[in-house]
Write a protein of this length. Structure first.
Length: 358
């Protein structure tokens, strides 16, 4: 069935629809990962977005429940060059088309994703909508003009606290502030024997600290960190009381808690092949990333904060640590899912930090 991707600037891309025929507006972004489309679909940080996969062949290994990063897909649409229905992999148990249909997510194939990506790189991300026809183009334009990214963290966070107990406990307990946490992050800590107490994003400092954690993890998540003043205030109350590890949005929230600022990138960093320089150990790691905002380094008090990682491509801040307190953060995803596991040792660093503080 023929369909169209319509952008806010009036651009139209014709292709073939797949998945569910349920159109919703989203911010059109691109991801450069060669694999991991199911992890991308279910990553809460993509909530409210239409994702363009730059790799031309998507769906060739099907989908599997173990690869999901949340309970359901979070994107509002998927754009691919070529979709594969006859998947071939021993773990695959459903086609991408069937999976998206079952979850009510629309997709479009046959798009010149190279041209679309070049447009997004030069002009920046833009609201877009996948539609079956152009008969109601004026209504589509009105929806595109009404697009807003506020309130996304509240949509993806857990509604009530819960506990994950490891099979082989190491004696440590971590509180997780869930801003849209990926299952890969939780699994990485549980695999190290850490008991996790996961809290809704709007929990108070008193609620988070009531379980007497050995450390606090600030998770990834969607949206603009400058809109989360209430959460930033809670994190300020936690700073100095427990070791803290921030990932992605958690890193950005720490930036604001330290009195710094963030700004929006023109097209963001999304993919599993982003080079980052570790300034502490003087080496390069290849990282998985998914974010549209970055820390403004000039806004930080460098007598208290040290920049630890920089993006090799554009020089943006990818990590920092407090000079006196047990607090550190990274802008990228050390758990990968999908992507390389070059930075998996950061979870060991957090565990060591909690042991030392305990």
């Amino acid at each position: 069935m023929k369909g169209f991707l319509v952008l806010k600037d009036g651009s139209q891309y014709e292709g073939e629809l797949f998945g569910a025929l349920f159109s919703r507006v989203g911010e059109v972004v691109f991801n450069t990962s060669m694999t991991g489309y199911q992890e991308v679909l279910t990553d809460p940080s993509y909530f409210g977005q239409v994702v363009v996969m730059t790799y031309p062949l998507i769906g060739n290994y099907g989908v599997h429940p173990d690869d999901e990063q949340s309970e359901k897909p979070m994107v509002r649409g998927l754009v691919v060059r070529e979709k594969v229905d006859d998947y071939s992999h021993w773990r695959g148990n459903e086609s991408l088309d069937a999976y998206m249909t079952r979850h009510g997510i629309i997709g479009i194939s046959g798009i010149d994703t190279r041209a679309l990506t070049r447009k997004l790189r030069s002009q920046g991300t833009v609201p877009g909508m996948i539609v079956a026809d152009l008969d109601n183009l004026e209504e589509v334009k009105q929806e595109l003009n009404r697009y807003d990214v506020k309130g996304y963290v509240d949509e993806v966070t857990t509604k009530k606290p819960y506990v994950i107990t490891p099979k082989e406990p190491c004696g440590l307990k971590a509180a997780v502030m869930d801003f849209g946490v990926k299952r890969g992050i939780l699994k990485s800590l549980v695999a190290r024997g850490v008991e996790l107490h996961v809290f809704p994003a709007r929990s108070t400092a008193e609620e988070v600290l009531a379980c007497n954690p050995d450390g606090v993890l600030l998770s990834n998540g969607p949206g603009d960190p400058s809109e989360l003043g209430g959460i930033v205030a809670v994190v300020k109350d936690i700073i100095g009381k427990k070791p803290v590890f921030g990932i992605c949005l958690g890193h950005q929230i720490l930036t604001h808690a330290f009195g710094g600022a963030t700004e929006k990138l023109i097209y963001g960093h999304r993919g599993g092949n982003h080079p980052v320089k570790d300034l502490i150990h003087n080496h390069i790691v290849i990282t998985a990333q998914n974010h549209g905002y970055v820390t403004v380094p000039e806004s930080l008090d460098m007598t208290k904060i040290e920049i630890t990682h920089l993006n090799v491509n554009d020089g943006s801040v990818e990590g920092m640590r407090h000079r006196h307190l047990p607090i550190f953060s990274v802008q990228y995803h050390p758990e990968a899912s999908p992507g390389p596991r070059d930075s998996d040792l950061l979870f060991d660093q957090f565990v060591t930090m909690m042991k030392e503080a305990k």
